[in-house]
Design a protein around this ligand. Structure first.
Ligand code: MG
Length: 382
């Protein structure tokens, strides 16, 4: 039976690619959500005919309601709209393609309805991974990762009967546009250079995270939460070619890897069709035209964001929510041209030093930590 989707964040890079996959794989679309990109939302709604479109911005929602007046589509606004899209009875899979901790509440709402979560919002697991995974288990909601590395690991783990057989997870990292640079060189890089990723076309926030290597740090924590692994059993390897998307080593020494073109449509599609595989829009990888595959050690001293994330992975509690909140705020300031590239790790480190860490946090503790971290960042640049 074909999946019916609710796509949270349909105007972003993952959202748009999800619609491409939905079309190729003949999935239904029951709900779409956007922040304020209503022109695109209107075009998507006319093409895919969902029951519901939610727009975070209230004025933009009112505008879209007028534009779609000739269609039988409900348009809702704000947080309520987002939560309604996450819980819509007609959808069986919710694709969480919202950027940042804003994805946490709707993800929990979808879990509470027992939906399959095609998880494209890593910040949710970074901030509240233990809570989210426990809730999913309790409600019987499947969480299938869309992040390419975590999808690769998920694919390598198919057929693995017992997690005790896994020795370690190996996360590959492209190294981003500034791989090999010194701190001195990093102090001069511009926003435009940071937005030019060598292998992947992605949204602005994750592209900056890839340039600072914070993305790999967040993914390290995401992998710990998804696969219940201690930090000591996850290794990060720089793999410039982005052909191997990640690997799993088993107790007998065998290593399984997942390879493919650098195309997010594949992990998106797998999250929708799992445990099956179907024909989709992804091109075959021609091994004969691949460059030699190389592997190097990451440098968490020069790329301080990675070092900070690894420290938080060890520390646990609300430290990962502080890390994430401070990073979201710092990246937003960098994208606005208000701070330099190396200010990002400095601001995150400052927040980690100043915000109190709570162990075994509740959801409220996590939201408070996130808020406190952002406040420290904004106050430091005023
Ligand atoms: Mg990734």
């Amino acid at each position: 039976m074909k999946q019916v989707l609710s796509i949270l964040g349909s105007s972003g890079s993952i959202g748009r690619q999800t619609l491409k996959v939905a079309q190729a794989c003949d999935c239904g679309v029951a709900a779409l959500t956007v922040n304020r990109s209503i022109e695109l939302a209107e075009a998507q709604a006319r093409q895919f005919k969902p029951k519901l479109v939610a727009v975070t911005d209230e004025d933009a929602a009112a505008d879209l309601r007028v534009r779609l007046a000739d269609m039988d589509i409900k348009v809702l606004a704000g947080r309520e709209g987002l939560l309604a899209a996450a819980a819509l009875p007609e959808a069986d899979t919710v694709v969480t393609a919202i950027v940042g901790v804003a994805g946490l509440e709707p993800t929990l709402a979808a879990i509470d309805c027992g939906k399959r979560i095609a998880l494209a919002n890593k910040e949710t697991l970074v901030c509240a991974g233990e809570l989210v995974m426990a809730r999913a288990k309790e409600k019987g909601a499947e969480i299938v990762p869309v992040d390419s590395e975590h999808s690769a690991i998920f694919q390598c783990l198919q057929g693995c009967k017992d997690r005790g057989e896994v020795r370690r997870l190996i996360l590959t990292a492209s190294g981003g546009p500034f791989y090999g640079m010194s701190r001195e060189e990093l102090s001069h890089v511009t926003r435009e250079q940071a937005l030019r990723h060598p292998n992947w076309a992605m949204g602005a926030k994750i592209t900056i995270d890839s340039a600072t290597l914070m993305n790999k740090g967040l993914e390290f924590i995401e992998a710990m939460r998804l696969y219940s692994m201690s930090p000591g059993r996850i290794q990060i390897v720089i793999h410039r070619e982005s052909i191997i998307h990640s690997l799993v080593e088993f107790e007998d020494g065998a290593i399984l890897a997942q390879l493919g073109s650098a195309d997010m449509c594949l992990p998106i599609q797998y999250a929708l069709t799992w445990p099956r595989r179907t024909v989709g829009p992804v091109k075959s990888l021609d091994l004969l035209s691949c460059p030699p595959l190389t592997f190097q050690k990451p440098d968490p001293e020069t790329f301080r964001c990675l070092g900070l994330a690894l420290e938080c992975a060890e520390r646990g509690g609300t430290s990962t929510a502080v890390l994430n909140g401070a990073n979201e705020a710092a990246v937003a300031l960098f994208l606005e041209g208000k701070i330099a590239f190396l200010d990002i790790p400095c601001l995150v480190e400052g927040a980690l030093r100043r915000v109190h860490v709570v162990d075994a946090p509740t959801l409220d503790d996590i939201f408070e930590a996130d808020y406190a971290a952002r406040r420290v960042v904004y106050e430091s640049v005023r």
